[in-house]
Structure formats: C-alpha cells, structure tokens
Write a protein that binds this ligand. Structure first.
Ligand SMILES: NC(=O)c1ccc[n+]([C@@H]2O[C@H](COP(=O)([O-])OP(=O)(O)OC[C@H]3O[C@@H](n4cnc5c(N)ncnc54)[C@H](OP(=O)(O)O)[C@@H]3O)[C@@H](O)[C@H]2O)c1
Length: 425
C-alpha cells in the first residue's frame, strides 16, 4: 500500500515562504487562465475579498484570460481596477474574437497600452511561465488548458488546479515535471481539496480516498429515462452552478471518472485505493480513511469560493465569502453506493486510472467531442459514454507516451469519436 502524505502528494505551498507561520508571501501575483469561466470569476471574487480582509497580504490579479466572453473580461478588469489592482496583462486566447486594433481601442479606454494585451494560446503559456507570476490558477475548461498548465508546472509555479483534464491527459508527465521543477499543485476541485485538507490533518498512512458524488440530475433516473434525456434536463445540476461541459460530465458521472483519474495522479495512489460514494447533498466534499478505520470528512455547503480560497491561502484559513452551515436548519447527510451499471462512466474512470499511459488522453478527447455532440442533439445522452468506450477500445495503448504522442492521440481520438458517434446515430 502506498503511504499517502502531504509531502509525497500535493507538496506544501509554504516551502518558499519567508514567513512559515503565516504561510504565504506578503505579495502574490496571480495569473487566472480562464478568468471568464465559473471558476475564473469566483477566483477574481476571492482575490478581491482577500484584499479586503487580509491587510498583511496583497493579492494581485496579474493576468486574466478570456476566450470568447470579452464583455465579462472587461467587467472583471473594471472590478479589479475598482479595488486598485488592474491586471497587468489581459489575454485574448481566441484571437479571432477581437483583433489587436479593436482590443487596443476597447481596453485603451481603461488605460491599457497595446503591449499589455496578448493574443492566442501562446500568450497563455507565456503568462504561466512569467517570472512575475507566483500562482497560476488553471481554470480553462478541457484539454485546451493542458499547455499552459504544463508550462506553469515546468516553471516551478504554485498551480491552483481546476483544470482536471491536464492530469487526466498527462498525469504521468505532470508528476515527472513537478519533480524536476519543484512546482506545487494546489487542488481546486472541491473533492480533491477535501482530501488534501483531510490528509493534512493527520500524519498517518492513508488506506483509502473516498470521493463523493452528488449523483447529478439523473441520480434516480432509469436507464430508459437517461437514454431519452435532453440537454436542458442534463444541464440542471441539483447542487452546483458550473460551466456547461462539467455540468454534462456530472450528469453522466464522467466528471467523477475524471476525478478518479485526477486523484490517482494528484495523490500518487493506485486506482484500488480510490472509492466513490453518492452523497446527494454535496456537503461532504470527500473523505479519507486511515489505517485504523477512522474516516475524516471535509464538510461545507457547496460553494467553490471555499476550495479556491484555501488553494490560495493554504495553510492559513481566513474568513470566506462562502456561506457557513446554517445550524438552525435540519441537515440530512446521506451516503449511498455508486451504481456502476447505470453510470458506466465510473467503470471507465477506474479502468483508465489503472492503465494510465495513453488511456486518459483518449477518453478525455472522446468525451469532449461526445459532450459537444450531445449538446448539439446529435447523439443521445447515454451515447456519450459509449463513444468514449469505443474510442478507448480502438486505440493502440502506450504505457510511457511523450507529450507529442499524447497530443497526436488527442487529435486522433477526436476523429475516432466522431466516427463512433456516426455509427450510433
Ligand atoms: N465550475 C466548477 O464548479 C468546477 C469545479 C471543479 C472543477 N472545475 C474544472 O474547472 C475547469 C473550468 O470549469 P468551469 O466550470 O469554470 O468552465 P467554464 O465556466 O466553461 O469556463 C471555461 C473557461 O475556459 C475558457 N476557454 C474555453 N475554451 C477555451 C480555449 N479553447 N482556450 C482557452 N480558454 C478557453 C473560457 O473562456 P470564455 O468563457 O471567455 O469563452 C472560460 O474562461 C474545468 O476543467 C472543470 O472541470 C470546475
């Protein structure tokens, strides 16, 4: 059994601190990649909040990226300016959305010089590597976040990781590069943050990581109901407000599958040390079982501002905007076994976590394609996981892939997933 500790998993974020008691540097420059998403906007809120409540520390939104939602990027920029912390750099990762001339005109109104406005995916990588940046918040959705997250890891940054797909696609490479660079991964996913917090509470070996799953909108649905589910009902998550892709992933439980793989790499454990239980209230964010059978759980009402803030301030705990328990109300906490037959994505997640190598890259790409096809009403809800299984079966497995092999396979899987989906129509 692997001994899991905070030292061999997510390394302590305080090791570079001149002030170990307080646990973080007095001034932190933060690059939020994917600032216009659900995690990105929550991060900007957390940064503003920390600056209001924590007079000994300064958090600067140093860089913010948007892809298509440039109105929101402008709003985030103005809000940060209102707090006296205008981002030094704005990144337009999709250069087709705004030309440099239009960007200079639009953001020039807010005092930006053209050299502070950067364009294209390479600008994400540049910001992730930039010497002024202390923390990179990896909040881009999907495989599109891979290169910039990897660049942050290679540059030895503290990486607040929301983009789980990076570990799903290239977990082995990320761990290798972390060892070389001394980078630290700070989990943002609420489940992995919960595990991180529980492990930090004990110096003893861990027996099992228990990921909780809300069960999503189809927790009690029959297979038939799921077969005919429309995008609008799959997008109705009972407990979390999130981006569209992760919301569909929650409905298929592919999100939990991706989290199984993420946990395997993040905490360097075997797939057999990971379990999933369904917990519809989303209060227990995950649990850790120790050698003596004791189980520690981290609990809080569902609100991503808490794990985001903890990733930034670890090991300090500061007042948070996320609401605390209302103890005047009755709270029911239920746990039920996960149904691997109705949610075959879970089986796939364990299979991929066991095999490693190229399997994660293939399933991740196939899933991104299948989710898009489902949202466009090209395939049925239950076909999403079928497409992923079929794509995985048709690929040639490689145990120790290079980055270029993974990127090649990502492209191949997208085509193969389209082909498999066409056969199911
Ligand atoms: N939301 C949650 O509660 C939650 C919880 C745990 C983990 N996560 C993980 O966090 C990540 C982000 O999720 P989210 O829910 O915040 O997603 P989201 O709301 O859809 O936001 C995605 C962000 O990525 C940007 N983006 C989209 N395509 C891009 C591309 N090709 N290149 C560069 N940037 C691109 C978007 O820009 P535009 O909007 O400007 O187009 C946006 O800023 C995902 O990996 C998800 O699994 C999310």
């Amino acid at each position: 059994m692997t001994k899991i500790t905070t030292e061999n998993t997510v390394k302590s974020a305080t090791s570079a601190s001149p002030d170990p008691q307080r646990g973080s540097l007095p001034h932190q420059n933060v690059a939020v990649l994917g600032a216009t998403g659900s995690i990105g906007t929550a991060t900007a809120e957390v940064i503003g909040h920390l600056n209001r409540i924590d007079p000994n520390h300064r958090w600067k939104l140093w860089a913010a990226s948007g892809h298509s939602n440039l109105d929101l990027l402008e709003q985030i920029t103005c809000a940060a300016m209102g707090d006296g912390e205008a981002p030094e750099r704005l990144i337009f990762s999709d250069p087709t959305c705004l030309s440099p001339a239009h960007a200079a005109q639009r953001f020039g109104r807010h005092g930006y010089q053209p050299e502070s406005l950067k364009f294209g995916p390479e600008a994400l990588v540049d910001a992730a590597r930039h010497e002024s940046v202390d923390v990179v918040v990896a909040a881009i959705v999907g495989r599109a976040g891979l290169e910039s997250t990897l660049a942050a890891v290679e540059s030895g940054k503290r990486v607040a990781l929301a983009n789980k797909e990076t570990l799903v696609v290239a977990g082995g490479l990320v761990r290798q590069r972390m060892t070389q660079s001394g980078a630290k991964l700070l989990p943002v996913d609420s489940e992995h943050s919960a595990i991180w917090q529980c492990i930090a509470e004990s110096k003893s070996p861990v027996r099992r990581l228990i990921l909780t799953a809300s069960g999503g909108p189809f927790r009690t649905a029959s297979r038939d109901e799921m077969e005919n589910a429309r995008p609008e009902s799959a997008l109705e998550h009972p407990t979390w407000q999130m981006g569209r892709k992760i919301t569909i992933d929650s409905a298929t439980m592919m999100n939990k599958a991706l989290e199984i793989i993420e946990a395997r790499w993040l905490f360097d454990v075997s797939a057999d040390q990971i379990e999933v239980v369904v917990h519809p209230q989303s209060i227990i964010h995950s649990m850790v079982e120790f050698e003596d059978g004791s189980v520690l759980a981290q609990m809080s009402p569902p609100d991503m501002r808490l794990p985001i803030q903890y990733a930034l301030t670890h090991p300090r705990r500061l007042p948070c905007q996320a609401p605390a328990f209302d103890r005047t109300q009755r709270w029911d906490l239920t746990l039920e076994p996960a149904d691997l037959e109705r949610f075959p994505a879970l089986q796939l997640g364990f299979q991929v976590a066991r095999s490693g190598g190229t399997a994660g890259a293939v399933v991740n790409a196939a899933n991104e394609v299948a989710v898009g096809l489902f949202l466009d009403e090209q395939i049925r809800f239950t076909d999403i996981v079928r497409v992923c299984q079929k794509t995985l079966e048709s690929h040639t497995f490689d145990d120790q892939p290079t980055l270029s092999r993974l990127l090649e396979l990502d492209q191949w899987s997208r085509q193969e997933a389209q082909r498999c989906a066409a056969l199911l129509r």
